[in-house]
Ligand binder design. Structure first.
Ligand code: 4AD
Ligand code: MG
Length: 430
């Protein structure tokens, strides 16, 4: 039976074999301190000359970083050890050697590390981020699965643009159609919702923005719920519940990882629903009052979002964006068509937008007008118009970017650390 470091507490006083890699080594005259990692955790293995003999002790003195090895030893409780336990080594077997591992415990620059992302993910910090990511995704799935939502997948090759035509990746392959990588599963989610009621999609989405900000990836993962018979308030309530439950779950189960990241979790622990709400109109006024050069009708830039999210203690739901800056599919406000039934949820601590969504235009004639006004090719949207021809109902949903949420919860500077292999304008390797 293999033993994993995360389960080590069950083996106190027992002989075990760990299978892993050497993360670090310090030596004093008669003792080697070997930092062992096995993917599930880290533990200090203590090898003393008196126990293993001179030859084996000397051999271990040449083990280099990231050598893969199996370690036999006895588990000993130690209150000073980070995980509460150490291993007293009886023997070591090398599985694979490692020469001049490039990522040493010293500081490296971001480009150096990103060029070696395939190795960088072995470090304690990066492992912690990726485990939080796993927990976020698991919590998202549980949230929807326990509320009657059906996971219905949406295609990645799509003939129609969902989020505007300027940020599309064309794919040259299909004979009769111009096809793009999907920006969002939403349009298909709407069809799925008319079939299944409450649905969600979860998958990679693509944006060809020429953006180099720390909040943009060209390939990111988005969860998108969609509900039939729902209005904007239903959408906001669903979004708030999701964010609160994801945060609570990570705090509950990933305290060790957040500790590794040095994350101050007090602001996360204060999050309660309902979130603060502000209309776009009010937000525009507040930004101007703060001295930011913001005019009604414009979209929030990163500095605006940061300023807004700093005005509230927890996440804030901004509603009613101008129709002119939003996608074609939003339902306009009754009696105020220049305003859309849209919502963005901004994360606190200056992290900005993590969720975008709203209520969809359910009227056939108005939708057709919007498709034409946006110069979208009508043929590609005929099937979407069918949803308004055959039993249209009020409906809505949203998209939440997984990396934005992970970056916020982990307190990361940049989205690129929130996914194993980031894809950005200037980086597609490794
Ligand atoms: O606000 P967005 O563009 O909304 C949509 O795509 C809707 N069709 C979703 C829906 O209603 N079903 O994107 C939704 C979220 C953003 O709030 C953000 O968290 C994330 O997706 N996102 C990005 N994350 C990383 N890099 C990018 N370039 C992103 N663009 C959007
Ligand atoms: Mg948005």
């Amino acid at each position: 039976m293999p033993t994993y470091i995360e389960d080590i507490a069950q083996y106190e006083g027992q002989a075990v074999t760990l299978r892993g890699w050497l993360a670090n080594r310090r030596s004093s005259g008669k003792i080697h301190f070997l930092q062992i990692r096995d993917g599930s955790g880290f533990i200090q293995a203590v090898m003393s000359k008196g126990v293993v003999g001179d030859t084996r002790f000397a051999e271990a003195g040449h083990l280099s970083q990231e050598t893969s090895l199996t370690v036999d030893g006895t588990v000993r409780a130690d209150s000073r050890a980070p995980g509460g336990y150490e291993l007293d080594v009886t023997s070591i077997t090398v599985v694979g050697t490692s020469h001049e591992y490039p990522i040493t415990p010293k500081e490296h620059g971001p480009d150096f590390l990103l060029d070696r992302r395939h190795l960088w993910i072995r470090s304690a910090r990066q492992q912690a981020v990726l485990r939080v990511r796993h927990e976020v995704i698991d919590a998202v799935r549980d949230y929807f699965n326990s509320r009657g939502f059906v996971l219905a997948d949406t295609p990645i090759f799509t003939p129609a643009a969902c989020e505007g035509t300027t940020t599309l990746f064309p794919v040259q392959y299909f004979e009769d159609a111009t096809v793009y990588l999907t920006q969002s599963g939403q349009l298909y989610n709407e069809a799925n919702a008319m079939a299944l009621g409450r649905v969600y999609s979860f998958g990679p989405t693509f944006r060809a923005e020429k953006s180099k900000t720390r909040r943009h990836l060209t390939e990111f993962w988005m969860v998108e719920p969609e509900m039939a018979y729902a209005d904007l308030d239903d959408v906001i309530a669903l979004a708030e519940g999701l964010v609160a439950s994801v945060v609570a779950r990570v705090l509950d189960r990933r305290g060790r990882e957040l500790g590794t990241l040095g994350r101050d979790t007090s602001a996360l622990a204060r999050i309660r629903t309902p979130f603060a709400r502000v209309t776009y109109d009010e937000a525009a006024e507040r930004l101007k009052a703060r001295g930011l050069p913001f005019e009604w009708g414009g979209d929030f830039g990163s500095p605006d979002e940061t300023a807004l999210s700093e005005m509230f203690d927890g996440p804030v739901a901004v509603t009613g964006f101008p129709s002119a800056i939003k996608a074609f599919y939003f339902k306009p406000e009754d009696g105020r068509p220049e305003v859309s039934r849209s919502v963005d949820i901004l994360a606190p601590e200056g992290y900005g937008e993590i969720i975008g969504g709203g209520q969809r235009l359910d009227d056939y004639d108005q939708l057709l007008q919007r498709i034409e006004a946006h110069h979208l090719p009508r043929e590609a949207f005929e099937w979407y118009l069918d949803l308004r021809r055959f039993g249209s109902v009020p409906h809505g949903g949203f998209g939440m970017g997984i990396e934005r949420v992970v970056a916020w919860i982990c307190g990361l500077e940049h989205l690129r650390e929130a996914i194993p292999f980031p894809r950005m304008l200037y980086r597609v390797t490794p």
